[in-house]
Design a protein around this ligand. Sequence first.
Ligand SMILES: [Zn+2]
Ligand SMILES: [Zn+2]
Length: 137
Amino acid sequence: MNEDNCIFCKIISKSETASILHEDEEIIIIKDKFPVAEHHILVIPKNHIPNARHLTQNHVNLIEKMNETGLNKMKELNADVQDLASGFNWPPLNTVNHLHQHFISPASSMSLFRKLIFTHKNFYFVNASYLLRRLKK
Ligand SMILES: [Zn+2]
Ligand SMILES: [Zn+2]
């Protein structure tokens, strides 16, 4: 999949509609189309980065910003951030080929199956601190 038929690029260019909760020059935050808990948002960089494997040290600031802005948005939505699942899909288990960070709360309300998918104990879902440690090496 390239940028031309990327759903997130279309949302960013406004040729596809989505529920946009935040937008600035680098990122947007949208509601997940298929929420797995009461609060489920996606933080998406405007640049088309296919997945977490394509990140380099140059992306450290971006990841930190995504994590911080997403967390603040969850607090603004009155989501319980003590009961939070947050992270990035790791290939090959990424459904959209445009980097995005999930924020899900309350994480404890997810079905067992969802919990298996959205947990950092799962190798295919990595949280921001793991990613940052990896990039800063
Ligand atoms: Zn894209
Ligand atoms: Zn995802």
